[in-house]
Write a protein of this length. Structure first.
Length: 54
């Protein structure tokens, strides 16, 4: 995978797995908007760790 140059932001979610999607929606609809950040087209990089595998 080749990533385009530019700024990236990192968010860490620490909570129950069934609320993770709500967290992602909150980031895109509220948090990033309030900071003046916009999601650009292209790849999303996501990495998940299950609590049992840490």
């Amino acid at each position: 995978m080749i990533l385009e140059a530019g700024g990236y932001v990192k968010f860490i979610y620490n909570g129950v797995s069934n609320e993770c999607q709500e967290f992602i929606l909150f980031l895109h609809s509220t948090f990033m908007t309030n900071l003046g950040l916009i999601r650009r087209y292209g790849q999303n990089i996501e990495q998940f760790y299950l609590q049992a595998h840490r």
